[in-house]
Design a binder for this molecule. Structure first.
Ligand SMILES: Nc1ncnc2c1ncn2[C@@H]1O[C@H](COP(=O)(O)OP(=O)(O)OP(=O)(O)O)[C@@H](O)[C@H]1O
Length: 239
């Protein structure tokens, strides 16, 4: 496990109750600076709730979250942190290009929007209102929106869900570029091959806590696939 010094994210004994149910049940994990950390887990295991706690959108009942050395949601740190939510209906009528230029304008040293648009293949849909984009195109815009402010740490909640294999590979290359640039990436995914291909460290959640963690070679050292490890350590969540 990383030490406090090289952790961009440190989550300790996090507990969250929503709707009378314990959704996070003593979750502890760390994400090393400059590394790509994958958070896996069955539907309802608490991945999105974890991301929402880390970005200050959900206040935990107990536990501690340190993001770039500050408490989650700290306003002084917010501009250094990016978030790609699982879905957003918030943009609705705004055109993709307008949205990205608007978001870029909120940051002191944004990424070049044209370069980001070209990298993600968004050129042809820049004038399309967000709600008219396909699911995969919306994902790509959400990803660009999370990155345009040059975050040091970015949370990506199922970034490739709904993307076709071309778009997914494009996203993987982008994530590799981010890591090469020293950006800390925390991503949730249901795609085992994605975690296996990209992750420096994997945390598999079950019922609101970490069931097992390690590097992919560590987790699969007995010759099983990452999916086998996932199935062995997790349970079907009751609805
Ligand atoms: N506001 C809320 N009120 C009540 N229950 C909630 C609320 N938000 C989330 N939950 C519940 O918390 C649990 C964890 O949800 P969460 O979205 O964190 O899971 P997840 O691991 O991201 O799942 P998925 O893989 O399906 O996206 C689920 O059972 C969900 O129904």
């Amino acid at each position: 496990m990383p030490t406090a010094d090289d952790a961009a994210l440190a989550v300790e004994d996090l507990r969250v109750v929503l709707g009378g149910r314990e959704v996070l049940a003593g979750l502890t994990l760390t994400a090393r600076r400059g590394a790509l950390t994958a958070v896996l887990g069955p539907n309802g295991a608490g991945k999105t709730t974890l991301v929402r706690c880390c970005t200050g959108l959900v206040r935990p009942g107990a536990g501690r979250v340190s993001v770039l050395g500050s408490p989650a949601g700290d306003r002084g740190t917010a501009a250094r942190v990016g978030l790609m939510p699982q879905s957003t209906g918030a943009w609705s009528g705004i055109r993709a290009g307008e949205l990205l230029r608007y978001l870029a304008g909120l940051h002191a040293t944004p990424q070049d929007v044209d370069a980001l648009v070209a990298e993600l293949g968004l050129g042809p849909v820049l004038r399309t209102p967000y709600r008219r984009l396909s699911g995969g195109q919306q994902q790509a815009v959400n990803l660009a929106a999370a990155l345009v402010g040059r975050p040091e740490l970015v949370f990506l909640d199922e970034p490739t869900a709904g993307m076709d294999p071309h778009a997914r590979r494009t996203t993987w290359r982008l994530l590799e570029r981010l890591r090469a640039a020293g950006v800390t990436v925390v991503l949730t995914t249901h795609a085992m091959e994605e975690a296996a291909a990209l992750a420096d460290q994997v945390f598999i959640l079950d019922r609101g806590h970490v069931a097992v963690a390690g590097t992919v070679p560590e987790l699969t050292s007995a010759g099983q696939s990452l999916e086998d490890v996932f199935l062995a350590h997790t349970t079907v969540q009751a609805g």
